[in-house]
Design a protein. Structure first.
Length: 368
């Protein structure tokens, strides 16, 4: 399709209303078209039978409905589904659906690869190519529904969305926020804002902006309770250290009286899983309404880390709980199809050409 056409799949309500008013149409056309695109999953303007034929013909000339192409699906023995979606120029991204009883959580990607290079994450090791468009982000949710032949009304399919797939969502701020607006719009997918979660490694200025512009739930990839260790595990910490990150977390909770922040903490054997690390975290999160997700490390090829033992994780959790922190251990899902947390790699044409010191060298200096 022509590059000059507007992809309506990527326009939220505000954008679609502007699109129609610029055409000389009434703004209410946005609601009509959003329902056709997202609730009914149509791909052809001719199917929009409550819109005048003349307008449908105009839409064919200036607009399109273009989503990523589903090229592979893999099913895990535990019911997890991973889909590979092809974008342009050979790039691919991965999306994962995790069923859990009456709940289905879709893990959505926001970038092709990731520029942050967290040392324990397979996605980061693939490098970075570009941000996803709003249509490519929303297209993952749409593809999941269409895979099952379902509409958004079948709430059993997808009840939650987590922006925890490939990429750092806050480095693609505008497209991600527009996509979440579509996900939560009643004329689209109607997801509760409390059931849409954005996960960030700690892009502090964007966290503060998000607090003003969105009501979605927030998760922070913490993974270390002190700057020295976090600088190694999450290099972004060198730019936005923990003092700044914690201040941004407090601000996020205070603005709009938001609920708890989820802190994600991957458990790395002998690296960040010692009792003193748990005690440091208790002090770090003091005064912040928190929920802690302990994530057993999911190995990937060439990974230098090992998963903490079950006993170590239980002891770590018990220390946090005794310190007053709500703590759960995430059950590993989809690791047999490389769909578990930290394992998504897609197919990335890396533009970063990284030449950074190996994290293992820095860990040795820390005594890890």
């Amino acid at each position: 399709m022509s590059d000059t056409k507007v992809n309506l799949l990527g326009l939220d309500r505000k954008g679609l209303e502007a699109f129609f008013t610029n055409m000389g149409e009434k703004a209410f056309r946005a609601s009509q078209v959003m329902k056709w695109i997202h609730q009914f999953g149509v791909n052809d303007f001719d199917e929009m039978n409550n819109i005048a034929k003349g307008l449908r013909e105009q839409l064919k000339e200036v607009a399109e409905l273009r989503a990523p192409e589903l090229v592979l699906d893999q099913a895990s023995s535990d019911g997890t589904h991973k889909w590979v979606l092809r974008l342009d120029s050979g790039n691919c991204i991965e999306t994962v659906l995790i069923p859990e009883g009456e709940r289905g959580t879709l893990c959505v990607s926001s970038q092709v690869g990731c520029a942050l290079d967290c040392s324990f994450c397979a996605t980061g090791k693939q490098g970075f190519n570009r941000n996803l468009t709003t249509a490519e982000i929303v297209g993952q949710l749409r593809a999941a529904y269409q895979y099952y032949g379902a509409t958004h009304r079948d709430k059993r399919i997808i009840t939650n969305v987590v922006m925890m797939g490939m990429g750092e969502p806050l480095l693609n701020f505008d497209n991600v926020v527009a996509a979440m607006n579509i996900m939560t719009d009643d004329d689209c997918y109607g997801l509760s804002k409390r059931r849409v979660t954005l996960s960030t490694a700690g892009v502090v200025p964007a966290m503060r902006r998000l607090a003003e512009e969105s009501d979605v739930s927030l998760a922070v990839s913490l993974h270390a309770p002190n700057d020295e260790l976090r600088n190694v595990l999450v290099p972004l910490n060198c730019k936005y250290p923990l003092k700044e990150l914690m201040a941004a977390c407090r601000h996020y909770v205070e603005v709009g009286n938001k609920r708890k922040i989820t802190f994600e903490y991957v458990m790395l054997d002998g690296v960040n899983d010692k009792p003193e690390h748990a005690r440091q975290m208790i002090q770090l999160l003091k005064g912040i309404p928190s929920k802690i997700n302990l994530i057993p490390f999911n190995p990937f090829p060439q990974s230098q880390y090992r998963r903490s033992s079950d006993e170590t994780i239980r002891h770590f959790r018990d220390i946090l709980a005794a310190g007053g922190l709500t703590t759960v251990t995430r059950r590993t899902r989809g690791d047999d199809i490389d769909a578990a947390c930290g394992q998504l790699v897609g197919k990335v044409m890396d533009r970063t050409k990284r030449n950074l010191p190996k994290a293992g060298d820095a860990l040795q200096e820390l005594g890890g």
